[in-house]
Design a protein around this ligand. Structure first.
Ligand code: UDP
Length: 328
């Protein structure tokens, strides 16, 4: 059985569904502060899924999971706050939840002899890029508490390996996009801050805000590497296989090696919707680097993983999901 923390959230739920479809038993631990019970109920139709509501900040909540479920082989850890701007305003929330909460999880794992974990890390651990595309040897100098909290956890995992034999794979995501191909689940944030859903949700009364048109890039808007959420889920399964085959602790970028500007994404969304989308050019958003693109060679070499889906795929599935979401 695989334990997935944060499995009612965006990326976590896509992994859970992929695991269930491969016939794996899954237990999701989620506080439901940001995750959605409806997503769990939907996924229960597709396999053996157990759900426990709890908070990693309570050691007893997570110890209880291991006490009752003796057959947990590995953990995939998503549960975290992930809003950069909020982390700057309220760092204690981020350190307490993302770092202390993870310590409780790791300590419970050690107590119950579970020593394999796949961790949801981020390109934000690199900070302002000094070269592009970014490979895993790029210095890690986060520029906000969110990135710091994820980097701290990466370091803790290294120390736990040296001292207690914890084997971890830290997956550093670039910009995750898209939804389940059948629109059963998808991105469901409240409030939504991400680019593609915000473009798709725009109306004449609530225009899409394009943050910054004066960057030193091909068309003046920021360039990002959009990685499909289903492709991303499969990379987690490959990371679990890697650990099950005796793989050592590792850290791997997950991206496509390709950059798309905000303008390009906007135009691709108009193409998919088949209408022009109301747009407002706005000043830059604080803390946005001009270009963030992954070098994904290591993922190919170590995991045998490569992205299969392109930007249009991400937008089409996100659009289908938006229509489902607007009825909820
Ligand atoms: N962005 C934008 N309008 C929005 C949301 C995002 O122009 O409503 C831009 C943002 O400034 C960045 C890119 O889209 O350049 C990707 O932002 P997102 O929040 O999706 O991901 P991030 O790169 O911050 O992880």
């Amino acid at each position: 059985m695989i334990l997935v923390t944060g499995g009612a959230g965006y990326v976590g739920s896509h992994l859970v569904l992929a695991l269930l479809e491969q016939g794996k038993d899954v237990i999701v631990f989620d506080s439901l502060e940001l995750g959605h019970i409806e997503i769990i109920e939907t996924m229960k139709k597709y396999g053996n899924l157990k759900f426990v509501q709890g908070n990693l900040k309570n050691l007893d909540d997570i110890r209880g999971i291991f006490l009752v479920n003796k057959d947990i082989e590995a953990v995939v850890h998503f549960a975290a706050y992930s809003q950069v701007e909020e982390s700057v305003k309220n760092p204690q929330k981020y350190y307490y939840n993302n770092v202390y909460g993870t310590l409780n999880l790791l300590n419970a794992m050690m107590e119950f002899g579970v020593n394999k974990i796949v961790f949801s890390s981020t390109a934000a651990t690199y900070g302002e890029p000094s070269y592009t595309p970014i490979d895993e040897n790029h210095p890690q100098n986060p520029i906000n508490p969110y990135g710091n909290s994820k980097l701290m956890v990466e370091k803790i995992m290294d120390d736990y390996d040296r001292a207690y034999g914890l084997k971890s794979v830290r997956l550093r995501y670039f910009n995750v996009a898209g939804a389940d191909k059948e629109a059963r689940i998808g991105e469901w944030h409240n409030p939504e801050t991400h680019l593609i859903p915000n473009i798709l949700k725009a109306t004449p009364d609530k225009k899409f805000k394009m943050f910054g048109t004066d960057y030193n890039t091909k068309d003046g808007t920021c360039v990002r590497d959009y990685i499909n959420v289903e492709d991303l889920a499969l990379a987690h399964i490959k990371a679990l296989d890697y650990l099950n085959n005796g793989g050592e602790t590792n850290y791997i970028n997950l991206g496509t090696n390709e950059g798309n500007s905000v303008k390009e994404v906007f135009e691709a969304c108009e193409e998919v919707k088949g209408v022009s989308i109301p747009l407002e050019a706005c000043p830059r958003r604080a803390g946005d680097p001009a270009v963030l693109v992954a070098d994904n060679k290591k993922a190919k070499e170590v995991l045998g993983w490569r992205p299969e889906k392109d930007l249009t795929d991400c937008i089409e599935t996100a659009y289908r999901w938006e229509k489902v979401l607007s009825d909820k």
